[in-house]
Write a protein that binds this ligand. Structure first.
Ligand SMILES: O=C[C@H](O)[C@H](O)[C@H](O)COP(=O)(O)O
Length: 225
C-alpha cells in the first residue's frame, strides 16, 4: 500500500469514532470512504446499531458487502452525521467534490445531516480551490448548450468520459469537468452555475463541513471549524 492509500485508510478509519449507537449515517463515496465503511462494518458486527444512507450505487454495494444496514429518505427525515471524502478542501472548509461523479447525492446527504465530516489524505488540503477541475452534473439533453453557458463564466468544460464513452452518473446525468483556475469566491460561483438551465448540481460544497480528518499516512489530524 502506498502512502496515499495508507493516508486514506487512516483518515477513513478515524472517522468511525464519530458514529454512535442508533445514529443515521450519510455514507459518502470514493476510495477514502471505502475504508470508513469497511471499519463501520466491523463495528456493526460487534453490535453497533446504525443505519446508513448511501450516496452512490458503489457505496451501497460496499455497505452490503461489509454488513452496514441501509435505509432511505422515505423513512429518515434527518441524518445525525455524514462522512465523505473530497477532491479539494480549502482553509475555510469549502470543498470541491464529484471526482467520482457522485456529487448530487453527496450534497443531498450533506445537506440532510447535522454534522458533515470530511476524510482526506493530505494532498487534498489546498490554500485555494480550483486546481482540481470543478465537476458539474448536467442533464444530458442539450449538454453542449449548458457547456457553452458554463464557458461564458470563465471555465473550460470537458465532458467526462469513461472507457471512451460519456460517463453517466447514478442519476442518469452527465458530468462536465470545469477548469476555472483559482476559485476565490466559491459561493458566488456556485450561485452563478446553479441558475443555468441544464445544471443539476455543482461540486462546490460551501460552508457545509464541520470537521476535516486529514492524514499523511502515518498520523491523523482532526481539524474543526
Ligand atoms: O464523487 C466522488 C466524491 O466526491 C469523492 O468523495 C471524492 O472524489 C473523493 O474521492 P477519493 O476519496 O477516492 O479521493
Amino acid at each position: 500500500m502506498n502512502d496515499m492509500d495508507k493516508a486514506k485508510k487512516l483518515a477513513g478509519e478515524e472517522a468511525v469514532h464519530y458514529v454512535k449507537n442508533e445514529m443515521k449515517v450519510g455514507l459518502g463515496s470514493g476510495s477514502t470512504v471505502y475504508w470508513m465503511i469497511r471499519k463501520l462494518g466491523e463495528l456493526v458486527q460487534q453490535g453497533l446499531d446504525i443505519e446508513g444512507i448511501p450516496s452512490s450505487n458503489q457505496t451501497a454495494q460496499w455497505a452490503k458487502d461489509f454488513g452496514v444496514p441501509l435505509t432511505d429518505f422515505s423513512k429518515v427525515a434527518q441524518l445525525d452525521i455524514t462522512i465523505d471524502g473530497a477532491d479539494e478542501v480549502d482553509r475555510d472548509f469549502h470543498l470541491i467534490k464529484g471526482g467520482g461523479g457522485a456529487l448530487f447525492r453527496e450534497k443531498v446527504i450533506a445537506m440532510a445531516a447535522k454534522e458533515l465530516i470530511i476524510i482526506v489524505d493530505k494532498s487534498k488540503l489546498v490554500p485555494h480551490l480550483g486546481s482540481y477541475p470543478l465537476p458539474v452534473e448536467v442533464l444530458p439533453f442539450g449538454w453542449e448548450v449548458t457547456a457553452k453557458n458554463i464557458a461564458l463564466l470563465g471555465a473550460q468544460p470537458i465532458i467526462r468520459k469513461k472507457d471512451e464513452q460519456i460517463f453517466v452518473s447514478d442519476n442518469g446525468n452527465y458530468i462536465l469537468d470545469c477548469s476555472f483556475g483559482e476559485i476565490n469566491d466559491p459561493k458566488k460561483l456556485h450561485k452563478q452555475l446553479i441558475q443555468l438551465v441544464g445544471v443539476v448540481e455543482t461540486g462546490l460544497f460551501v460552508n457545509m463541513a464541520n470537521t476535516v480528518i486529514v492524514s499523511n499516512g502515518s498520523e491523523v489530524e482532526v481539524i474543526t471549524s
